[in-house]
Design a protein around this ligand. Structure first.
Ligand SMILES: *Cc1c(COP(=O)(O)O)cnc(C)c1O
Length: 241
């Protein structure tokens, strides 16, 4: 067997340690750990690594390219895993989302929403949508600009996509920044979610996807409901594979 039990055990035990740390972070922020969903980001990782985590009870997995994800998705029974698409989505790949992914974390384009909506309806599938916001105003990042968010939501609602469920916001925190700056970014996303929920009367607009291996504690402190964590579970990614 190529994928050794040792590796599989190491991944499972890192998952347990991570869950304990998330629990502790939630506890000290006076939050309930069960309102925080851990998404294991399995991009570049093997199906065997996903299987190891799945047997250890992990349910949610995140991928960021369609081709790699589809190869993995078909190896697992449909009910066993909830798949999240967390990367930037090119509009010619929109057809791969409905039916394969329950969640899309990176909506930042109205034309993409229309395509997703059409494909979802054709497949009688629905997709939970998070709008990616470029909170740090980083030109290298994707996401809707801060001051464009209200208009973006307004246009989405006007376009009326019944197969797309608007569920909240997503962001990528500042890279290697001081703790204060990271928290400010995540707090801003929370305030934007609250503002959208109220302004557009969307009770289900409740999710905050923020926090990765390096900044999930700050994200929990600021109200994250979804953490996207790869390296802290799987170890370093090998892009050469
Ligand atoms: C890769 C990736 C992650 C996970 O990053 P880690 O630092 O490995 O935890 C989270 N979110 C997005 C959007 C990613 O592309």
């Amino acid at each position: 067997m190529q994928f050794m039990n040792q590796t599989s055990n190491a991944i499972a035990s890192r998952l347990i340690q991570l869950r304990e740390k998330i629990f502790a972070a939630a506890h000290s922020a006076q939050r309930r750990a069960d309102e925080i969903r851990l998404i294991a980001v399995s991009k570049t990782q093997s199906p065997e690594a996903v299987a190891a985590l799945s047997s250890a009870g992990q349910k949610d997995f995140g991928e960021s390219t369609t081709q790699e994800a589809l190869n993995k998705i078909k190896k697992f029974p449909a009910q066993s895993i909830t798949w999240h698409f967390i990367g930037h989505l090119q509009s010619n790949k929109a057809k791969f989302i409905p039916g394969n992914f329950a969640w899309l974390h990176s909506l930042d384009d109205l034309a993409l929403a229309s395509k997703l909506s059409r494909h979802a309806q054709e497949k009688s599938a629905s997709v939970n949508m998070l709008i990616e916001v470029n909170v740090t105003r980083d030109p290298k990042k994707h996401g809707v600009a801060l001051d464009a968010l209200f208009n973006f939501v307004e246009q989405l609602l006007k376009a009326d996509h019944p197969a797309l469920d608007l569920r909240g916001l997503m962001t990528v925190g500042p890279h290697a920044a001081p703790e204060k700056e990271i928290r400010r970014c995540f707090a801003q996303l929370r305030q934007l979610r609250d503002a959208c929920r109220q302004r557009f009367a969307l009770p289900a607009f409740s999710e905050l996807s923020m926090g990765m291996s390096g900044d999930y504690v700050e994200a929990v402190q600021e109200g994250a409901t979804m953490l996207r964590i790869g390296t802290a579970i799987f170890g370093d990614r090998d892009y050469s594979k």
